[in-house]
Design a protein around this ligand. Structure first.
Ligand code: COA
Length: 330
């Protein structure tokens, strides 16, 4: 990266998941599935589900508070709030603006970024540019989702996979290390594989769209799986190359938590042992844009990442999109 620019790093992390646990056994009562099928095909054992009246910004708020505490930063000091989500509280105003008001971040600009499950890594990339150029000093990046609200609980192909939660990170200038590289990618030709068909300008909400279940997640799991395996490996390798690093330089991998078989594939591509890969998919399922920041916060809290470690974060998702970053932890 250009040496005349400042360095940007992650200086605080936080996460929040709702209390309610729904196990695979609970789902056996709802759809024709089994704990054995879900566990063996995905690695998921349970997921957290938000209360009926809880919003994405409610979850985001708790994760944000925790990350701000961790970075020892007050909301008034924030210059920008970026919320990555596919489940905003409403189409507009943005969840970022709702959060800005609730935090009392009166000096911050705010917007949402929609890149599916890659949204958090995309947002880290955006935040990094603002900090490196000197435009902003204090950026709060959040991945937050209430996917339970757009899940068809009668569709066993999708309802077993997802969960709710939020994770947050503060991005600020750092003296050394920090975000060494970010790479972003998209293949819009695969957009049909993972989508919520109605509620936008193409199919505005109507009695028909509701009757046809078009306000739920629709996914062709097998095709997304194939894309994911390729994208995770390619993304991680490109991010390393851009940071002028090799596989052997990776200390820890934080992959998007969608399927243990996809995670294992990425770990193998980087020659990493299980100990060097963070997995919490068993507890939370796929929380989309929240998955990587929740994992990052839990890994930091558990002391699994240490100062000076090269941490690779990599994800893929609706769009289709993929994104990866190498962060030298400080
Ligand atoms: N319980 C029991 N059976 C199920 C099931 C469930 N919850 N969901 C699907 N099945 C069935 C299918 O109907 C299919 O049955 P059929 O062969 O009679 O038609 C069978 O299991 C196999 O389905 P298949 O899609 O081939 O399984 P898979 O090994 O590809 O695993 C996924 C399915 C969804 C777990 C996997 O494809 C995956 O993880 N894809 C990526 C999804 C993803 O990450 N999405 C988010 C992107 S951010």
């Amino acid at each position: 990266m250009d040496s005349e620019l400042r360095k940007a790093g992650v200086t605080g992390v936080g996460s929040y998941v709702p209390e309610k646990v729904v196990t695979n056994y609970d789902l056996e009562d709802i759809v024709d599935t089994s704990d054995e099928w879900i566990r063996s095909r995905t690695g998921i054992e349970e997921r957290r589900i938000a209360k009926e009246d809880a919003t994405t910004s409610d979850l985001a708020y708790k994760a944000a508070e925790s990350a701000l505490n961790d970075a020892d930063l007050s909301p008034e000091e924030l210059d920008l709030i970026l919320v990555a989500t596919v489940t905003p509280d409403m189409m507009f105003p943005s969840t970022g603006c709702l959060l800005q008001d609730r935090l009392g971040a009166t000096n911050a600009a705010a917007f949402d970024l929609e890149a599916g499950c890659s949204g958090f890594v995309y947002s880290i990339s955006v935040a990094t540019q603002f900090v490196r150029t000197g435009a902003y000093d204090n950026v709060l990046v959040i991945g937050a989702e209430t996917l339970s609200k757009i899940i068809n609980w009668e569709d066993r192909n999708t309802c077993v996979l997802f969960g709710d939660g939020a994770g947050a990170a503060v991005v600020q200038p750092v003296e050394s290390g920090g975000v060494l590289s970010t790479v972003l990618g998209a293949d819009g030709s695969g957009g049909e594989l993972l989508k919520m068909p109605a509620g936008g300008s193409k199919r505005p909400a109507s009695l028909e769209t509701v009757k046809e279940n078009l306000h739920y997640i629709h996914m062709e799991g097998n095709s997304v799986f194939k894309f994911a395996v390729r994208a995770m490996g390619k993304g991680a390798m490109k991010a390393l190359e851009k940071a002028d690093l090799e596989k052997k330089d990776v200390d820890f991998l934080i992959p998007h938590q969608a399927n243990i078989r996809i995670i294992d594939g990425a770990a193998k591509r980087l020659n990493l042992d299980n100990d060097d890969v963070f997995v919490n998919l068993d507890k939370y399922g796929n929380t989309s844009a929240a998955s990587i920041p929740i994992a990052l916060a839990e890994a930091a809290e558990a002391g699994r990442i240490n100062s000076g470690d090269n941490v690779v974060i990599v994800g893929f998702g609706a769009g289709l999109t993929w994104a990866a970053s190498v962060i030298e932890w400080s």
